[in-house]
Design a protein around this ligand. Structure first.
Ligand code: AHR
Length: 498
């Protein structure tokens, strides 16, 4: 099969906000305890953080990490996680029905993020708590000194304010499973008032209001419109969450789920702009896709979990090779919408539906999905170019007109590099992709990285951590004004030019 990608330096989707490569750590399962934090581990640093995990996180080059939830935040008392560790209470954590020891709280996580070369995206509890607690937490984190909460922070050994810039106004407040779930009216009002109070204390912060928990929520659309009608002038982003899975073992349809993500993004943009029009506003609300990933492998195991354990194996999806292709398609979809999606968080980062896995007290390894994320985060910085693609498409019972190729090019003007990301969705055929380089005279191939495997269900494990791993022997031939890349059947490709 043959296909063509035409790009032009002047046809830009937009500048890619580096926060498109964000991620998420929730107090859930083994994300924090035995994930990022394990004081008894041989690689633990002075604060108990696992250095082997930090090294892997740094490879992913994650600029922002959402914290501390997720569903967890809707029942969280942030004060439980500050001050001397021996005095911190243990709590019955209701969102995930476990025991939370509070050994890690906002101060420790802020320090972990620094060590990971990242920033914190902090969520406040608008489930069981409200504006007053959000204000106090903001004062603890961002106020320099001379007030009750800022001086409390200083007394805990954090002299300098954390200066957390991005704040989520609750989490999935439309979801009946959420502690303190709300109607759109109820949430819109409390989010608006919380935003006003928080901005009064620190006008430099950016705020994210909760959109729908996923595209198929019965209240989707109306929820966004109502919330935005209340909050429009006080917030900067509306959130999107969505998880994907191959529930019916129908790989051809599964590989097309990024089309669903695209539809979700475009629908939310339309709603934001509808409210903008109705309000005669000059302000544009952007999107924070702050939970996205594949999540379905662990569903059955999690139903059998005994409650009230500490850091159980929870939401531990072991990802297959085909999941990595899906994550690649989802990353390309985010890039295709980077003019409006400014923040996105791969949910999550360690152990819980995560690219990085650990053994308690033992090794760390990269799941299959680690690789497309690492490639996109490291090489997908700069300007996303509008992809004009001509290629064949296929249909299944569930989804129509799926292009065989998902692709985008990113131009990094600082490094003078051009990178083409491409997934070949065909399960049977290689595709010759002609990349039009007329606008990139004298481009030279740096490398063509490929992630491929004969077995769509191949996984990485602690015993066999490199079973699915990329190589850079992909075949790309340079022609005059073009390059022709061979995209092997069902493969993720990163073609780098200088
Ligand atoms: O990421 C796992 C969970 O998924 C989060 O806690 C919640 O926000 C979402 O439903």
């Amino acid at each position: 099969m043959k296909a063509k990608l035409t790009i032009n330096k002047d046809f830009k989707v937009g500048q890619i906000d580096k926060r498109l490569y964000g991620s998420f750590i929730e107090h859930l399962g083994r994300a924090v305890y035995h994930g990022i934090y394990e004081p008894s581990h041989p690689t633990a640093d002075d604060m108990g953080f696992r250095k082997d995990v930090l090294d892997m996180v740094k490879q992913l080059n994650v600029p922002i990490v959402r914290y501390p939830g997720g569903n967890f935040v809707s029942g969280y008392r942030w004060e439980d996680g500050i001050g001397p560790k021996e005095k911190r209470p243990r709590r019955a954590e209701l969102a995930w029905r476990v025991i939370e020891t509070n050994e890690v709280g906002i101060g420790e996580f802020q320090e972990w993020a620094k060590r990971a070369n990242s920033q914190v995206m902090q969520a406040v509890n608008l489930g069981t708590r409200g504006p007053e607690d959000a204000r106090n937490l903001l004062e603890y984190c961002n106020f320099p000194k001379g007030t009750y909460y800022s001086d409390l922070r200083r007394s805990h050994g954090f002299e300098e304010p954390f200066n957390i810039k991005v704040w989520c106004l609750g989490n999935e407040m439309d979801g009946p499973w959420q502690l303190g779930a709300k109607t759109a009216e109820e949430y819109g009002r409390i989010a608006c008032e919380t935003a006003k109070i928080m901005r009064q204390l620190d006008p430099t912060i950016e705020l994210v209001a909760c959109g729908s928990s996923h595209l198929n929520m019965p209240t989707f659309g109306k929820w966004e419109a109502t919330v935005l009608e209340h909050t429009y002038d006080y917030i900067d982003y509306i959130s999107l969450h969505n998880y994907y899975g191959n529930h019916d073992n129908d790989t051809k349809s599964y590989l097309a789920c990024s089309l669903d993500m695209d539809k979700f993004i475009k629908s939310v943009i339309a709603i934001c702009d509808y409210v903008k029009a109705v309000k005669h506003s000059d302000k544009t609300i952007n999107l924070s896709f702050d939970e996205w990933n594949v999540w379905f492998h662990s569903n059955e195991a999690d139903k059998k979990l005994e409650p009230w354990q500490i850091a159980p194996h929870q939401l531990e999806d072991i990802y297959t090779f085909e999941d990595a292709l899906v994550v690649g398609c989802l990353l390309i979809t985010l890039l295709k919408n980077c003019d409006r999606v400014k923040i996105a968080c791969l949910a999550q980062l360690v152990n819980v539906i995560a690219p990085i896995m650990t053994e308690n007290g033992g090794s760390v390894w990269a799941q299959t999905i680690f690789y497309p994320f690492m490639h996109a985060s490291n090489y997908g910085r700069g300007v996303a170019l509008t992809p004009v693609v001509s290629c064949d498409s296929y249909s299944t019972e569930k989804v129509k007109d799926v292009p065989y190729i998902e692709t985008i090019a990113v131009m990094n003007e600082d490094k003078k590099e051009l990178t083409v990301f491409a997934v070949n969705r065909s399960l049977k055929e290689d595709i010759e992709l002609e990349i039009d380089l007329r606008d990139f005279k004298n481009a030279k191939l740096i490398e063509h990285i490929v992630l491929e495997n004969d077995d769509m269900k191949a996984t990485n494990t602690a015993e066999n951590p490199l079973n699915v791993a990329p190589h850079n022997n992909g075949i790309t031939k340079m022609g005059s004004d073009c390059a022709v890349a061979t995209l092997n059947k069902h493969s993720w490709n990163v073609i780098r030019f200088q």
